[in-house]
Design a protein around this ligand. Structure first.
Ligand code: NAP
Ligand code: MG
Length: 495
């Protein structure tokens, strides 16, 4: 019998009011059912929002350092359960164990950061232009936060949102991706065990169209923090404008790595292998394009193909496996269809390009790590997010040309340049249009205490991570205290 999971609303584990459920299976082995989850609807969301609204009144008055103490305990519990959480995540969404351990670690880092932020939720004081008057701006909680997350970082991304939201004094209605509801449930269990009061955190499982929409449209939800595809992000933006919610959108990417002739070739090769095929290419920051200077193009492609062909595909729990399956059937179909589009538009496959035929892959959503050469900047595989193990190689005549190609997309999340030329590196840092630029490191590798997010259609200008996310989850309140005993008119009495 598959394990049965529930929603957590108002301090109680409950089924969906409709009684409906959905199943989640291991993408490396369809026969393994991870669990059965409530298929919730609008009514369940209404209950969760009511619970979060009620709990807000006490939670907003809990001192921030006390809220931080709970989050520090959350970090301790995550440390204790790191291995268990990592294994559950690999079974649930397929990425290899080393990477799911990293995903949990990012959650731990985020918990400890939030823990200390409770004693450091700084405001500002500034001098007044009038005598005997005191000015300050303080951070205040906002209210009920709707949290909608994807499956590719099923622990890290929810923690990036939920921990700072809670620390700032907001309460939560959380809808995780339908592909990773078990990991999300484990996170909520940890929050409860650490002492988050009843009603402060609520989780509602179910489909994006149903549960996600209900949260975004709910008049009593004050803010939405969403990570996912650009298509869904745009819909959320439109819908949330009806009630003028504050909305943070972290969306798609089409990230590129540039390699110049003066770079350390071995290092650049390690970088692109990790950037393109880590998490089976299913990262928002995945290296989807490799832009090679023409002088080293042929030699680098030769080295790359050799290494890509040796990447070991398989179940992420097994030792020695480099690349796990795609998360589900749809995702693999998308990958397959982009491979066909690439061929139709004239690109050439030099590695992979197929579903593996061996019998040990037949019960998982596996796809061979794939490399295309002869890719032109106007090709769809050079422009559109694929979100799978497919790398498009492009050729550039110079650094400026490479940067021009890199910028030629609607997205702007991550970017990378391998070079030993410090002048070129600083020019690239200035001219690349992306939220994140790595020098001599791959496009993936965000650290929890640094701002994270993208420009252009990757987002709407907010940042997660580090100190920056606290601006999203709190509101500035400006306070003037006049202790002069008389009416003082700003801009008038003093000029
Ligand atoms: P997705 O299809 O957009 O789904 C993301 C979340 O939104 C899921 O929980 C989904 O629920 C829900 N959802 C779907 N339709 C909705 C709607 N109409 N209203 C409200 N919620 C809705 O994205 P995904 O396939 O899970 O994740 C991959 C995408 O996320 C890629 O584009 C990737 O680049 C992006 N991503 C971005 C970042 C970043 O920080 N920039 C990080 C990671 C991933 P269901 O699961 O039930 O469909
Ligand atoms: Mg699954």
């Amino acid at each position: 019998m598959a394990k049965k999971f529930r929603n957590y609303i108002n301090g109680k584990w409950v089924d969906a009011l409709s009684g409906q459920t959905f199943e989640n299976r291991n993408p490396a082995n369809w026969d393994e059912v991870i669990g059965v989850f409530p298929k919730s609807s609008k009514e369940d969301v209404n209950d969760a929002v009511k619970s979060a609204r009620k709990a807000f009144e006490a939670w907003r008055l809990t001192p921030a350092p006390k809220r931080g103490d709970i989050l520090r305990k959350v970090g301790d519990l995550m440390v204790a359960k790191k291995e268990e959480l990592s294994r559950q995540m690999t079974k649930e969404m397929g990425k290899v164990l080393a990477e799911t351990r990293g995903d949990v670690q990012e959650g731990i880092d985020t918990a400890y950061y939030a823990g200390t932020e409770g004693r450091r939720l700084f405001g500002h004081t500034a001098p007044s232009e009038l005598s005997n008057k005191f000015n300050m701006a303080i951070r205040v909680p906002i209210g009920v936060a709707g949290i909608v997350t994807p499956w590719n970082f099923p622990m890290a991304i929810p923690t990036w949102k939920i921990f700072p939201a809670l620390l700032c004094g907001n309460t939560i209605v959380f809808k995780p991706a339908s592909d990773t509801p078990a990991t999300a449930t484990s996170l909520v269990e940890i929050l409860i065990e650490a002492g988050v009061p009843e009603g402060v955190v609520n989780i509602v499982h179910g489909g994006g169209g149903e549960v996600g929409n209900a949260i975004v449209g709910h008049p009593d939800v004050d803010l939405i923090s969403f990570t996912g595809s650009t298509g869904v992000g745009k819909k959320i933006s439109v819908m949330a404008s009806e009630t003028l919610k504050r909305v943070s959108l972290e969306l798609g990417g089409k990230n590129a790595q540039i390699v110049m002739p003066d770079a350390d070739m071995e290092l650049a090769l390690e970088g692109v292998l990790w950037g393109a095929f880590g998490t089976t290419g299913q990262r928002c920051t995945a290296t989807s394009r490799l832009i090679l200077h023409e002088k080293i193009h042929d030699e680098f492609v030769k080295m790359l193909v050799k290494r890509v062909e040796n990447l070991k595909l398989g179940d992420g729990l097994k030792k020695g496996v480099d690349v796990g399956p795609c998360v589900n059937e749809d995702q693999r179909k998308t990958v397959q269809s982009y491979v066909e589009i690439g061929l139709e538009q004239g690109a050439k496959i030099v590695a992979g390009g197929e579903i593996p035929k061996d019998s040990n892959f037949k019960k998982g959503w596996f796809y061979r790590p794939t490399v295309f050469t002869n890719v032109k900047p106007e090709h769809r595989i050079a422009k559109e997010e694929i979100f799978g193990p497919v790398l498009s190689v492009l050729k550039a005549k110079s650094l400026d040309h490479a940067i021009q190609i890199l910028n030629d997309t609607i997205y702007g999340l991550s970017s990378s340049l391998y070079t030993r030329d410090v002048n070129g590196a600083f020019r690239a840092i200035r001219d690349i249009k992306a939220g994140i630029t790595y020098i001599n490191a791959p496009t993936i590798g965000a650290e929890a205490h640094m701002p994270f997010g993208g420009v252009k259609q990757t987002g709407n200008g907010h940042r997660e991570g580090g100190w920056a996310v606290y601006d999203f989850f709190s509101e500035w309140k400006t306070v003037y205290i006049d202790y002069s005993g008389g009416l003082q008119r700003a801009q008038i009495d003093n000029y």
